[in-house]
Design a protein around this ligand. Sequence first.
Ligand SMILES: CC(C)(COP(=O)(O)OP(=O)(O)OC[C@H]1O[C@@H](n2cnc3c(N)ncnc32)[C@H](O)[C@@H]1OP(=O)(O)O)[C@@H](O)C(=O)NCCC(=O)NCCS
Length: 172
Amino acid sequence: MTTPRPPEPIHPDDIAACLAIAAALPEWFSNADGLRQMEASLRTDRGIVIRAADGTIAGCATLAQPFATTWEIAWMAVAPASHRQGIGRQMVETIVALAREAGAQMLVVKTLSASHPSPEYAATRAFYVQMGFLPVAEVPEHWGPENPCLIMARSLSATASTAIPVPLPHLP
Ligand SMILES: CC(C)(COP(=O)(O)OP(=O)(O)OC[C@H]1O[C@@H](n2cnc3c(N)ncnc32)[C@H](O)[C@@H]1OP(=O)(O)O)[C@@H](O)C(=O)NCCC(=O)NCCS
């Protein structure tokens, strides 16, 4: 793919193309309920798309804002032919910049945990780790035990800490 265009807000006319990307990724998006939720998110939540130079959509992501301080990547997908070309990274960094501009301090994402054997979701977790996310908690009851949910988070703070230094206790 030649250089993609800069990220744009999702337009209602883009929804079908975003759903087509998900449909082309059955290893990740096979669940009919999940696809309906993605469609609802594309219709109602804020989000971005990245187009290839020819105007076709190469990737999309939607956002949830559960708290003013905390934004969440609700859905994200890059067309298979455009994987490993920096589109996912560009979408995450765009979301990070938008969240920081709005004063958010944390960006979270829910994905399938390592206690599920899916190699595809192992790749997804590797992507999020590369994007600066750390695992926070496994929540098996969120999607049910057959799809154990992992919450990952990335701090958006510019500085590591503003806390007053305290002597650290030695933990055995
Ligand atoms: C996860 C996904 C969005 C990544 O998008 P992408 O555009 O392919 O990712 P990028 O090219 O920006 O990758 C950035 C870095 O992440 C890491 N990464 C990306 N894909 C990876 C993979 N399959 N395996 C291991 N690391 C990976 C690499 O370090 C990569 O940098 P590099 O290519 O220079 O080595 C894309 O693979 C996708 O749509 N997957 C299916 C749907 C999905 O997982 N959505 C998220 C659900 S929670």
